[in-house]
Design a protein around this ligand. Structure first.
Ligand code: 3HC
Length: 382
């Protein structure tokens, strides 16, 4: 199959990511089906698409006619088989629970046309394991979008152990058709690129709160002052504390116990305080986006520590052959979130020796092995 053969895209899940991906597919001119487990979830996803299209219309990025055509191009379903029956490409965006993903893939595999490619928008989980639930693992691929999908440019295209080169190419080309910036992930490794490189930041954020080093708002205010569109704690709320929690558990299980989620994070999950989506998380979102008081910035917090642990983690991906080059990593990091520069671009200005020294100090201060500098970082020959 070639990308030109794709006419209809089915999206499994109508939540934060599912509705956003469905909207991206509509904007690219595809016929779309969107499916969730209950009608009210599907309805909510559709109304979020309408709200977002309304914003794009206001900004004259689309016309009223475009909007009407897109809304005529989407059908919603609760039944999984009906939703994929004539799809050429399926994108799964259900919660990050491996057993659930496998069940969904088994059902899609049974009902989707034989030629269809089945993609998972998993944030962290093994594409190879997800593919094992199907009879077409060579047509299963990772296609990882970023939140909000309609605005963030990056799409990671992830090769599972059995994914064919043809499937990789069609998925890469589809991301281009969707006006995204695809990055090939050559090895199916936990967290892929963007989330893996950011994962050690979550460990540091946990320790900062647990050890009373600073309050979330003090760090967020500082990071906003140095130019980040969102502070790191605000971003956790924005993406969802449940997502942060499930990711931490998965990383802890598969990579290192250092990633174990914080007790305060678990308490928030138990209390149903998941961030933006429930109106309360680390911040109160009931009246919209929280106002971060910039005067509370913790001025002695040096953002270079965040760069150091990011660059260090990025060198692990180079060592493991997960991505082709440092430039590809920079491309992913610039387009996945709101950062203006990639970690290696920043590292060149700061110096690898300085970053290695910071990582060494952090590893000792917090007893976190994940922060220990790699040989590549220490040598700095990148
Ligand atoms: N649809 C259409 N337009 C939208 C929109 C949507 N869903 N959401 C926001 N916008 C528009 C707004 O209308 C606004 O337009 P304007 O500038 O013309 O008024 C513009 O985007 C900016 O929005 P805001 O004014 O509300 O706020 P910001 O300037 O802070 O931008 C943001 C919002 C784009 C989300 C920005 O804060 C940002 O880039 N944040 C970082 C996001 C990030 O890092 N994402 C990656 C998360 S990790 C992840 O996704 C991994 C996965 O595995 C979970």
């Amino acid at each position: 199959m070639k990308v030109e053969d794709i006419k209809k895209i089915a999206v499994m899940g109508a939540g934060d990511m599912g509705h956003g991906i469905a909207e991206v597919a509509l904007l690219a001119g595809y016929k779309v089906t969107m499916r969730d487990i209950e009608q009210r979830f599907v309805d909510r996803g559709l109304s979020r698409i309408k709200e977002s299209l309304e914003k794009l219309l206001e900004k004259q990025k689309i016309t009223e006619d475009n909007k009407k055509a897109m809304l005529a191009n989407i059908e919603t379903f609760v039944d999984i088989a009906e939703s994929v029956t004539d799809a050429d490409f399926v994108i799964e965006a259900v919660p990050e629970v491996m057993d659930l993903k496998k069940q969904v893939f088994q059902a899609i595999d049974a009902a989707a046309p034989r030629h269809a490619i089945l993609a998972s928008n998993t944030s962290n989980m093994s594409v190879t394991e997800i593919a094992s639930a199907t009879k077409r693992p060579e047509q299963v691929v990772g296609m990882h979008f970023f939140n909000p999908a309609v605005l963030m440019k990056l799409v990671e295209v992830i090769k599972g152990e059995k994914t064919s080169e043809a499937t990789m190419q069609v998925t890469y080309d589809l991301a281009l058709k969707m006006n995204k910036v695809p990055v090939r992930v050559e090895k199916d490794s936990i967290g892929f690129v963007y989330n893996r490189i950011n994962a050690p930041t979550a460990i540091l954020l946990r320790h900062i709160v647990e050890k009373g080093i600073a309050a979330p708002e003090e760090i967020d205010a500082k990071m906003k002052k140095v130019g980040m569109p969102m502070g790191p704690y605000e971003l956790m709320d924005y993406v969802g504390l449940d997502v942060a929690y499930h990711s931490a558990c998965y990383f802890a299980d598969k990579l290192s116990r250092d990633y174990e989620p914080a007790n305060w994070l678990k308490a928030k999950i138990d209390a149903g305080e998941l961030g933006k989506k429930t109106g309360k998380g680390i911040y109160d979102w009931s009246k919209g986006r929280p106002e971060i008081d910039l005067s509370r910035a913790k001025e002695d917090f040096d953002p270079t520590v965040l760069i150091a642990i990011q660059v260090n983690e990025a060198t692990k991906l180079l060592e493991g052959g997960v991505v082709e080059s440092a430039d590809e990593i920079d491309k992913a990091m610039i387009n996945g979130g709101g950062a203006g520069f990639g970690p290696f671009q920043l590292a060149k200005g700061i110096g690898y020796d300085k970053l290695a020294k910071i990582c060494d100090e952090l590893a000792q201060k917090f007893s976190v092995k994940v922060f220990e500098p790699t040989e590549t970082l220490k040598k700095g020959n990148i």
